[in-house]
Write a protein that binds this ligand. Structure first.
Ligand code: HEM
Length: 135
């Protein structure tokens, strides 16, 4: 009987168990979305909370005025999706790193994906169905 012991961490074994590059794409996504978020978050803060009287003048009419413009609809949509997906992927990594039991990891991530899906769906719906004449 011959005993052959596989070399640890051999590239062949790695490829067989990990066929996709998901983690590499997730890593790139965090960097690219982070860069875009700098621009989106600071523009958002500047326009909504700083110029023309800042937060004091935020009202339903202010929001209605912004959502009359497709530019701000697309802007807010990008901010919503990128912040949610970036934050969710960041939390996914933290859960993988810190939750030690398989069950805990699984349920924490299910909770995370469920809330993210709900928030993205609800936010997207509001941006596209916003009615300035609601009574
Ligand atoms: C404002 C611009 C932002 C930049 C430049 C940025 C950049 C980054 C980068 C490069 C990472 C990866 C860190 C790593 O892999 O070690 C990261 C992680 C993370 N980001 Fe952001 N981010 C921004 C905004 C946000 C926002 C708005 C949220 C929340 C919605 C958020 C939540 C997170 C979380 C939870 C992590 C994981 C933290 C960790 O791995 O320790 N980030 N961010």
């Amino acid at each position: 009987m011959s005993l052959s012991i596989e070399a640890p961490r051999s590239p062949r074994r790695e490829r067989a168990t990990n066929r996709t590059n998901f983690e590499m794409y997730a890593w790139v996504f965090m960097r690219l979305s982070g860069l875009l978020l700098v621009v989106l978050v600071f523009t958002h803060l500047f326009v909504n909370a700083f110029i023309d009287g800042g937060v004091q003048r935020i009202s339903f009419a202010f929001v209605a005025g912004k959502y009359a413009s497709p530019f701000w609809q697309v802007f807010d949509l990008a901010l919503l999706w990128l912040a949610q997906l970036h934050g969710t992927n960041g939390l996914r990594v933290i859960i993988n790193d810190y939750a030690e039991r398989d069950g805990t990891r699984f349920w924490l991530k299910m909770l995370l994906y469920t809330t993210t899906t709900l928030i993205i769906a609800l936010g997207t719906l509001v941006i596209f169905t916003f009615d300035p004449n609601i009574s």
